[in-house]
Design a protein around this ligand. Sequence first.
Ligand SMILES: [Zn+2]
Length: 368
Amino acid sequence: MAQLFASPGMYVQGYGELKNIAKYAEPLGESFLVIGSKNRIRDLGETIKKSFQDDSKLTFVEHNGSCTISEIEKIVKIAEEKGGDVIIGMGGGKVIDTAKAVAGRLKKRVVVVPTVAASDAATTRCAVIYKEDGSEDCEEVYASNPDLVIADTEIIMKAPVKYILAGMGDAMAKCVAAPVCYRGFQPNELGGGVTELAYSLSNLIHDILMNHGELAVAALEQGVMSHDLNKVIEMNVLISGIGCEVNGATTDHAFYAGFTTLQNRKESMLHGEYVTFSSLATLVLEGAPKETIDEYYNFCTRVGLPVCLADLKLDYMSEDDFRQVAQMVTECGGTAHLPFEVTVDSAVAAMKTADAIGKMYKAGKRLV
Ligand SMILES: [Zn+2]
């Protein structure tokens, strides 16, 4: 199996860096179609116009907030009529994924300007497409990763703290899954072998999370930028984004996938919040050493990431609900990368034990 690695063409991170977007994007084409929500275009449109100087190169398109086939087709039509060598997606995951989908269909270059650092969407070559009713439809994979990613830390740090926290949880999943897949010679998300560079990213994420995570949250809560926060933004957007495609997955996203099938959820939490608990349950499922389990639970409790089902507003789950989630866990592709069989019973046991450990940590007790 050949080893495969992929990454965005160029990555730019800086405080207030959106003002320089033209410098990085202009080498990619002559005309630019900017996709963003009404509010983002209102707040950031002027900065982009000033950067490009010449307004006639730019077309702004308002995004309706969901990444559906109809929304993608609407924007494809506008791009065909008005032109646009380069598609720029400015916003959260759904806007970014729409930009990738539009560019993928038209074989255009794509630039991503993430306005939150909550998930891996900015740097990956795939998009999650939703149905009109809001449920997940499918995942599309494109020929290449975005050509350019501009992470303006001034914009990203102004979003509510929970977004960066969720991104930290999504990053943490790689620390849990990557070592298991690497040691087991399991394929990565690109379908190839894992490179040394890819595997090193999971160690880097662990280092940034454990040494800078709490300090980054402290800075965020004060509304100030710091070296720690800058490192965590790079981890969430770039390192975790590359890391998720070039490493393998296990059940770090499988429990999450199961939770999303529960129709009776009272509230929908962020992707990274579910993934945090999904990763903790994975450690329990594997029978990880208690020092490892303690390290992650202690970290999550200290920064305020979910550690029990109540934190995910899922403490109402019935026995049937547990089994429904567990069934999904057994069916997820990554689950087969674990070096042992996962059954419905063992997945239910992992969830219940992970929940009990979480409650213990919330009560101030620890395993070690
Ligand atoms: Zn994820």
